[in-house]
Design a protein around this ligand. Structure first.
Ligand SMILES: Cc1cc2nc3c(=O)[nH]c(=O)nc-3n(C[C@H](O)[C@H](O)[C@H](O)COP(=O)(O)OP(=O)(O)OC[C@H]3O[C@@H](n4cnc5c(N)ncnc54)[C@H](O)[C@@H]3O)c2cc1C
Length: 123
């Protein structure tokens, strides 16, 4: 067996992307999985890249999520040019209707990256 510099355990989207990026950076990478590749959580994902949907509070994690999402157009193009597969990235956003004032405030905070201290903006 050839020697490797890095072993990535788990070939879901996280492991595959990590292994790919490491290989692109010049590492000899071995990617292993106990099952078939990409058949666990990654297979079930609905495909939403919803920074504002997933994070309730502004902060470093929210910033990381938004910056990560901003990398998707380049990633989609790179994948298309390498594999011929169009991942059908849609950047038109997600419509999520709030059903309470509390939820509206949470959306406001997430949308504007700060706490809104006045009345909820309904509509
Ligand atoms: C129903 C559903 C809907 C989702 N929708 C979204 C969405 O819309 N947007 C979004 O961003 N996220 C969504 N997610 C979350 C997303 O799917 C996961 O965050 C993501 O797939 C995790 O990727 P992963 O590579 O870490 O895990 P996985 O895809 O689960 O990969 C882990 C791999 O590790 C392997 N493994 C585990 N233990 C071992 C071991 N001991 N030895 C060797 N291999 C091992 C497994 O076989 C598996 O292949 C959703 C998840 C679910 C379940």
């Amino acid at each position: 067996m050839k020697s490797v510099e890095t072993i990535v355990v788990g070939a879901g989207v996280i492991g595959m992307m990590s292994a790919w990026q490491l290989a692109k950076a010049g590492q000899q990478v071995l990617l292993i999985d106990a099952n078939d590749l990409g058949q666990q959580a990654s297979r079930c994902a609905a495909g939403m890249i919803g920074a504002q949907l997933e994070v309730a509070e502004p902060g470093p994690f929210f910033t990381l999520c938004k910056e990560s999402r901003a990398m998707f157009p380049d990633l989609a193009e790179e994948l298309r040019s390498l594999t011929g597969i169009d991942i059908e990235l849609d950047t038109h956003g997600i419509l999520w209707l709030s059903t309470s004032e509390k939820e509206t405030l949470r959306f406001w905070n997430a949308r504007h990256g700060k706490t809104y201290k006045g009345q909820a903006v309904l509509g």
